[in-house]
Design a protein around this ligand. Structure first.
Ligand SMILES: *[C@@H]1O[C@H](CO)[C@@H](O)[C@H](O)[C@H]1NC(C)=O
Length: 607
């Protein structure tokens, strides 16, 4: 009512707008805290959507496009040699929408493509109110290069057996160069770290310039990550596939960024002398996609008059797509494990059908650009039934069955909860026999369920923990993994059965022996032919003076613009080094190049 009065006196005002408000003193908003066992964000918070500044607003930037009014994502559904693309768009005021594929406008939100489409297709959505957003180009699986094996007689089982090198902190361009070595050595594949748009900052975080774990804080599912652009990624994947090396992603789909790590310029922390902090950026070249969280906020939006909640328009997520805020502080309570905000990360409500669809569409995009599978980060924090929903939707998208060479491995850290998580199928939160049965019941074939691996975190000390109710043919194993390198990390107890190269190995020799053992006689092996078909080697970098940056150039303090006095950083080094013979002592580690490790792997693979 008041608005029409304002409009009467100010006819030039084109749209409803509220003057932004700020809370007094050092107050901050504390909306949407879970009460009791609630895990759902109340419907009324749907009104807090559309926090992104509109064109013309002070905080608008080019990369925000018209996300103030419009969001969309594309999903691809394959059927034989064709694919149907559906654009799922939402406009704030329900403007009439049109869809622009390769420059051609159409009213229908779906379009069918066949193998005659040989290049990525550009896509945008237009509103009748002149709003427009450009989505990422569409890649189709038939355009990914054929996998030309160097050793066709090797025991790769069409991608169901082999060794994968995890290249932690390697830019896509370096991985592309490294694939020549991986090909000659006979590795089945290379795993890259999270390839999607993730937060970055020009201000040190806990004194570190762009720590590695920022890569695990998604801003959107655009394949525009710190390690390279979508074009660089596609080029790398095609080069590697052409050399017989498959490429795997790290899929981060449990959560988005940490509360407060967002594009809102106004934050303050009452628990730290009311310290103010501004907006974060992202890995997107030339800008950042909009991203908002409810944490540490005290101002309202010009368009809604309300404070922000969780909103990631470039991924098409709004406030209701997230669980209400709950501290994750129990490792034995299924409700907490599933719905708690793991270390403060905004937790997606994966019970929702539309969230499962969004995740399945992202995974379909990963396969479409040429990935052969993915690790599923924090899978333990997505309840087993929700994983079933995601995988059945992915299976449908792929045309009714998973690709022949597809695999995934779920990060389910067992710790002291192996009964709950693996060994007791009736625990109510079980990734062992319960999940296996549920996948079969939902219609995945036995062959496809076999492709869903559990990353056995019990290996090497307690290898039976990850296989108490499932076959070891569904286990992926490794000695050294990136998470253990963190100073203070004890999430996997390897005892004296394994060691972390950059942290607690007595020597490179000790590490080499554990890596060789992975192929020659891994702990817990019962059936040489079937057990542990996926074996991973970490190729990482040294944490110089304990600094958790990456030597890719983006943790260099020369990039610092704010609070730089205490900045600690890491200088750039080249990840690819063709002269390396493994176990380099500075910068990148490269154990996968060690001749003895390679020989052990080759012998396991029959090459
Ligand atoms: C847009 O359409 C939805 C669904 O029909 C409706 O609930 C909503 O109120 C509409 N919004 C506007 C601004 O008209």
């Amino acid at each position: 009512m008041r608005l029409s009065t304002i409009l009467t006196f100010a006819p030039a005002l084109a749209s409803a707008s509220w003057a932004p408000k700020a809370l007094p003193g050092c107050d901050i908003y504390s909306n949407n805290q879970c009460a009791g066992d609630d895990i759902v964000t109340a419907d009324s918070y749907g009104a807090n959507r559309w926090f992104t500044p509109a064109k013309g607003d002070a905080d608008w930037q080019e990369s925000f496009q018209d996300y103030s009014h419009l969001t969309a994502f594309a999903s691809i559904q394959y059927s034989g040699d064709s694919a149907t693309v559906t654009v799922n768009a939402l406009h704030k005021d329900n403007a009439t929408l049109t869809y622009v594929f390769d420059g051609v406008e159409q009213a229908d939100e779906t379009k069918k493509f066949s193998t005659t489409t040989t290049a990525p297709v550009t896509l945008s959505v237009r509103g009748s109110d002149k709003t427009e957003i450009a989505l990422e180009p569409l890649d189709f699986k038939w355009n990914a290069a054929d996998i030309k094996l160097t050793y066709p007689k090797g025991d790769y089982r069409e991608g169901q057996k082999g060794s994968i090198v995890e290249m932690f902190g390697w830019p896509h361009a370096d991985v592309e160069k490294e694939c020549e070595f991986l090909s000659k050595a006979g590795y089945m594949g290379v795993k890259v770290f999270p390839p999607q748009e993730q937060i970055m900052s020009t201000e040190p975080f806990q004194n570190v310039m762009n720590p590695w774990y920022f890569m695990y804080q998604p801003v959107s599912y655009k394949l525009e990550g710190r390690m390279g652009t979508r074009d660089e990624l596609r080029s790398m994947i095609n080069t590697c596939r052409g050399l017989g090396v498959r490429v795997y992603a790290d899929a981060v789909v449990n959560h988005m960024t940490g509360g407060g790590n967002d594009a809102n310029p106004d934050h303050r922390n009452p628990n730290a002398n009311c310290q103010a902090f501004g907006a974060k950026q992202s890995s997107l070249e030339g800008g950042t996609s909009p991203m908002y969280t409810q944490s540490y906020t005290y101002t309202t939006s010009e368009s809604t008059g309300l404070p922000p909640l969780q909103e990631f328009p470039a991924a098409a997520y709004g406030p209701l797509d997230f669980h209400c805020e709950r501290v994750l502080n129990s490792w034995t309570d299924p409700l907490d494990l599933n719905a708690g905000w793991l270390t403060g990360l905004t937790d997606l409500n994966t019970e929702r059908d539309n969230v499962q669809e969004r995740i399945a569409a992202y995974m379909t995009d990963l396969i479409s650009i040429g990935f052969s599978g993915f690790r599923m980060d924090a899978a333990k924090h997505i309840q087993p039934d929700d994983l079933v929903g995601i995988f059945t939707k992915l299976q449908r998208n792929m045309g009714g069955e998973m690709p022949a060479d597809w695999i995934t491995w779920l990060e389910v850290l067992l710790g002291g909860e192996k009964d709950l998580l693996m060994c007791d199928p009736d625990s109510g939160y079980n990734y062992g026999a319960y999940l296996e049965d549920a996948l079969l019941a939902a219609g995945l074939s036995k062959a496809d369920v076999e492709k869903v691996k559990i990353w056995n975190s019990g290996y090497p000390k307690e290898p039976d923990a990850g296989a108490c109710t499932i076959s070891k043919s569904r286990n992926a194993i490794q000695n050294d993994d990136a998470d253990q390198q963190n100073p203070g990390s004890t999430s996997r107890d390897m005892g004296d059965q394994g060691c972390v190269l950059i942290k607690d190995c007595g020597s490179a020799d000790e590490h080499r022996d554990f890596e060789k053992q992975l192929f020659e006689s891994p702990n817990g092996l019962e059936d040489e032919d079937a057990d542990y078909p996926i074996r991973l080697i970490l190729s990482s970098f040294y944490f110089v003076d304990g600094v958790q940056g990456i030597p890719d150039g983006k943790s260099d303090c020369s990039l610092c613009e704010t609070e730089c006095d205490t900045c600690t950083g890491v200088a750039k080094a080249n990840a690819h080094d063709d002269d390396s013979t493994g176990y380099d002592e500075t910068d990148y580690t490269r154990p996968h190049r060690d001749p003895e490790v390679v020989a052990a792997m080759q012998s396991w693979m029959g090459i």
